[in-house]
Design a protein around this ligand. Structure first.
Ligand code: IPD
Ligand code: CA
Length: 271
């Protein structure tokens, strides 16, 4: 039997509740009111509504905790140790294009460390949940990163920068180095699900730069609880601050990191 903390239950219930409206809106995606937030960066009314439900549910259960939200920004709580890190729709571009691959992501940070995460893909009813020290699960099934050990058998996911994002040249250099050595690269369009899929052993690793804390907070604890590794491009723990993320199973994180460091002209991390 899975033993979950009361806090994780709060997070899972909030995600399920917020997802109801989101699924309805996805069905009517063409009628959504869409406003432009910046180049290639759309924010939909569904995004705002979902975030509102998540915030209400989480604040009701833990009124003292602070928030860091994609839409609403940072809101300090009276408890300065705890903070919810929320992405109401990770995969907004997919959502707006009617592509059924997006998720709600909720991370819980304590004193700067993410200690619990929920990522919910409502279209496939896949609820990934993790707590530090207690494992990671997909619905009721415990997850473990994949056992593949060879780069040439590995599938890696990534995020491709687009108009308005920096790092196009560096991305192409990295992609070239990785594609020449692995079994395939995927770009599914949700960083949160990319990390959850690494935790689930669906692919061996994932990397991206220019990413925000709400894209990756929940996924970081998932990969680690599944026995994998998550670092920034320097091999350190700076992901939430510098927007770089390299995740992988226990065998392939290091080889992936080395390929990326060589391709981007970084000093390889010490062995
Ligand atoms: C985006 C997705 C995408 C990643 C981008 C993110 P959004 O988040 O996670 O996979 O490549 O870097 O901005 O805009 O859909 O919430
Ligand atoms: Ca996002």
């Amino acid at each position: 039997m899975i033993v979950r903390s009361a806090t994780l239950n709060v997070m899972m219930n909030a995600a399920r509740k917020a997802a109801r409206g989101l699924v309805r809106d996805f069905g009517e995606v063409e009628q959504l009111q869409v406003s432009l937030k910046g180049p290639s960066d759309f924010v939909s009314s569904a995004d705002l509504k979902t975030e509102k439900v998540l915030r209400q549910e989480l604040a009701k259960a833990r009124p003292a905790f602070g928030f860091l939200m994609e839409e609403g920004g940072a809101v300090a709580g009276s408890d300065s140790s705890h903070r919810w890190i929320i992405d109401p729709i990770d995969g907004t571009t997919n959502f707006l294009h009617g592509i059924p691959h997006f998720a709600i992501s909720i991370g819980l940070e304590r004193d700067g460390e993410v200690i619990a995460g929920v990522i919910y893909d409502p279209i496939h009813d896949e609820l990934f949940h993790a707590e530090k020290g207690a494992g990671v699960f997909l619905n009721e099934r415990r997850l473990r990163v994949s056992a593949r050990r060879k780069v040439d058998e590995a599938v890696f996911a990534t995020g491709i920068p687009f108009k308005g994002r920096e790092g196009h040249k560096e991305f192409l250099d990295c992609a070239q180095a990785v594609m020449a050595n692995c079994a395939g690269i995927r770009r599914f369009g949700s960083a949160a699900l990319d990390l959850a899929y690494v935790a689930a052993g669906r692919y061996e690793g994932y990397w991206e730069t220019g990413i925000k804390p709400w894209d990756i907070a929940a996924g970081i604890v998932m990969v680690r609880e599944a026995g994998g590794w998550v670092t920034d491009l320097d091999g350190r723990n700076g992901m939430l601050n510098n927007g770089e993320v390299v995740a992988g199973n226990d065998h392939l994180h290091k080889p992936l990191l080395k390929l990326l460091q060589q391709a981007s002209g970084r000093t390889p991390a010490a062995d």
